[in-house]
Design a binder for this molecule. Structure first.
Ligand SMILES: Cc1ncc(COP(=O)(O)O)c(C=O)c1O
Length: 457
């Protein structure tokens, strides 16, 4: 593509994105695509000759768009949000335009230093002034924290696990499955992962049971190593008792990681900062601006009390990467598993500056109000039942029996007018309605409730 054609077509693509953000998508938010349907329409072989970008775009509109789940549509209430925004898109575009690989300070000083300053800004916004870096996802952040904890206890990087006293890991039964994956990948073995029950009322981890499990493991000759508290669990946004977990971690010299992948964003509101109370006593913390802070996927922030612990687990300096300033600069390749790193700080910089902290707070506050309003409707309708009081941005509700709940969710999703997802809690099939789309307004939420009310049996 010639540069002039790029300029012209690029402007058309930006226009299209601006229209998409302004008007939304006029088809279903959740496509009724059958497995293999997209694949069947794509040529088996790549084109031998160059095709115009306009042709690719036409195919994007006809082949891709109708089979896309519209995550940034205000009718999307499934899972947790993965937001974009105008500023986030522009920051990402500039990152693509520069095409920088920020693996080391020297490979692009601005990439490293802007990332450092963004971490300072977020630390200020969250009242958690630690150092840190941007990872791709919370799954990676948890994995990194676990590796750091492991290397504090034993030099597995050098010696492997062969001679080690078994190291045990703890998280709530409601913790995200990325904890389990991290345990696999870091070599602990799932049999040494303890899932601590949550209390039946709000699904928060039972710290007394955690303390008991730790004591039993010590008595059995194991080395309790790592605990993850979750602030805002995936199923119901339950909040683990971070202070009580911190007491246990401090008493037993264990690494304490706080996973606030979704909920961390809410803590930028002064009235919601309490959700992170106790986190300052932990060793590491992560949250995803790509979920609720209007920063295009991917962008997960890992903050650590001791960067040296993280670097001990992952710093490596082969000859071909050595550079003159290594002793005085940060090389973020030492803070995670990958060598290559995208210039993600640009989109955070755009987002925080173009919204302003107050603008971000206004949006989050509005989403929390929508959540409360929706929960009030569920409470007032005799055929719908709240499973638990919503803690953050997600309402979990069910009907009298599981079959009816499932049928309701299917009917809503089949309508194409909204997209909901489910979980199972207290052995019940539960619909989750998660608020937080950048384009969502109270009017959209009222429309959703109208749709649900019409479809109720
Ligand atoms: C509490 C929690 N932790 C971790 C994750 C994993 O997030 P990611 O996709 O960034 O790895 C999720 C995803 O929804 C989550 O809800």
């Amino acid at each position: 593509m010639q540069h002039e054609r790029f300029r012209k077509h690029g402007k058309d693509v930006i226009d299209w994105i601006a229209d998409y953000m302004t008007n939304g998508y006029d088809g279903p938010v959740f496509p009724k695509t059958q497995p293999g349907e997209v694949l069947a329409q794509l040529p088996m072989e790549p084109p031998q000759e160059a095709e115009p970008g306009e042709q690719v775009f036409a195919d994007f509109e006809s082949l891709i768009l109708p089979h896309t789940t519209h995550w940034n549509d205000p009718r999307f209430y499934a899972y947790f949000p993965a937001n974009h925004s105008g500023p986030g898109i522009l920051g990402d575009l500039l990152s693509a335009g520069l095409g920088v690989n920020g693996m080391s300070w020297v490979t692009s000083p601005a990439a490293t230093e802007l990332e450092m300053r963004m971490i300072d800004w977020l630390g200020h916004m969250l009242k958690l002034p630690w150092r840190g870096c941007i990872q791709d996802t919370a799954s990676t952040a948890t994995f990194c924290a676990l590796l750091a904890a492991r290397e504090q206890v034993a030099d597995v990087n050098q010696s492997g696990f062969y001679q080690q006293q078994p190291m045990t890991v703890y998280a709530s039964k409601h913790a995200h499955s990325s904890m389990q994956k991290a345990v696999w990948m870091a070599g602990f073995g799932e049999r040494y992962l303890r899932l601590v029950p949550g209390n039946d009322d709000d699904f928060a981890m039972d710290a007394a049971v955690l303390a008991q499990m730790v004591a039993e493991d010590i008595a059995a000759g194991f080395r309790p190593t790592f605990v993850m508290s979750t602030v805002g669990t995936t199923s119901s946004t339950a909040i683990d008792p971070v202070h009580a977990v911190a007491d246990i971690c401090e008493a037993n010299n264990m690494w304490h990681h706080v996973d606030a992948a979704l909920a961390g964003t809410a803590a930028i509101l002064p009235e919601m900062r309490w959700i992170l109370d106790g986190t300052e006593r932990a060793d590491s913390f992560c949250f995803n601006p790509h979920k609720w802070m209007f920063t295009n996927f991917d962008c997960s922030v890992l903050l650590v009390k001791s960067p040296d612990a993280l670097k001990k687990a992952m710093a490596i300096n082969p000859e071909y990467l050595k550079a003159g300033h290594d002793a005085v600069v940060e090389n973020f390749r030492d803070w995670g598993p990958q060598l290559g790193r995208r210039f993600r700080a640009l989109k955070l910089w755009y987002v925080i500056r173009c919204f302003g902290v107050a603008g971000l707070q206004d949006k989050i506050r509005a989403h929390l109000n929508m959540t409360r309003w929706f929960a009030d409707q569920v409470r007032a309708e005799p055929r719908t039942h709240l499973l638990t009081e919503p803690k953050i941005n997600t309402v979990c509700f069910h009907l009298d029996d599981d079959a009816a709940t499932k049928a309701l969710m299917k009917a809503v999703n089949d309508s194409g007018e909204a997209y909901l997802s489910h979980t199972v809690l207290r052995d019940r099939y539960v619909i989750r309605v998660s608020f937080g789309q950048i384009h969502q307004s109270q009017q959209h939420v009222a429309t959703l409730w109208g749709l649900i009310s019409r479809l109720l049996p």
